[in-house]
Design a protein around this ligand. Structure first.
Ligand SMILES: *Cc1c(COP(=O)(O)O)cnc(C)c1O
Length: 236
């Protein structure tokens, strides 16, 4: 397990260099890309070290595990993102603890978020729509069919929720081409929804330890790194 702020900083700098080269190669050296540190399975101490290393976005894929770490670090320590599948019954805790829910992949979850926030006059979390761009059955998220997504965004808008962008997970062990195509699909869906429907969807969260360079080349604004920063995951 990683045990020092310096080690995390060093991995972070390597990642930043790789992102920089990817941006240079695609002719967009000035595009900003944020790095989210995914601390799932690691103890709160590791999350605290990541913050000390300069990370400002932290991602967790389970509501209760993430909630414990957010409590330990304090909610102001970072911008906390929920990036895993979420059950209706967990929405109450998720909107209380996390600043963002990036993994909204079912309308039921969006409705529950609205019920727990907008309808009570409380601030909504930041929201991204998760899209299953690889078509793998094990993956979460909405079907990437354009008319369907357009309707989904319409319905979510009617709930009073504001969507800031989209998230996806690349194909598991896919070829570079399959992976790039999945990311390009998300980018194209975003562009089309903005152009044809007038939505503003600035955030594209895509790319993990094994494929973030490809994601940056396809337009990622946030990449989500776990093993790259912290080494192998711990057993929970
Ligand atoms: C675990 C996880 C990550 C980070 O994965 P690594 O391969 O360790 O970088 C990113 N996004 C999601 C949704 C995850 O569940």
């Amino acid at each position: 397990m990683i045990t020092s702020v310096e080690a995390i900083k060093s991995n972070l700098h390597t990642a930043i260099d790789q992102v920089g080269s990817a941006l240079d190669s695609c002719g967009e050296p000035d595009r900003a890309v944020s790095i989210m540190a995914v601390t799932k399975t690691h103890p709160a101490e590791v999350a605290a070290m990541a913050v000390k290393a300069g990370v400002t976005l932290l991602g967790e894929n389970r509501v209760s595990e993430g909630g414990r770490k957010i409590k330990a670090l304090g909610k102001d320590a970072a911008e906390f993102h929920m990036i895993g599948p979420i059950h209706t019954g967990e929405v109450r805790q998720a909107v209380r603890d996390f600043h963002w829910i990036d993994s909204v992949g079912r309308l039921k979850i969006a409705k529950e978020i609205a019920r727990r926030t907008i309808l009570k006059g409380e601030e909504q979390p930041g929201i991204l729509i998760e899209v299953n761009t690889s078509g793998e059955e094990s993956k979460h998220g909405f079907n990437p069919d354009y008319p369907l997504l357009r309707d989904v965004l319409g319905e979510i808008g009617e709930l009073g929720l504001r969507v800031s962008g989209m998230m996806t997970v690349g194909p598991l062990g896919g070829s570079e081409q399959d992976t790039s195509e999945a990311f390009a699909l998300l980018r194209n869906l975003k562009d089309r929804l903005e152009r044809d429907c007038g939505y503003d969807l600035p955030e594209l969260s895509m790319g993990m330890s094994d494929d973030f360079v490809l994601a940056v080349a396809e337009g990622a604004t946030t990449i989500r790194l776990g093993r790259y920063l912290f080494g192998p995951r711990q057993s929970r």
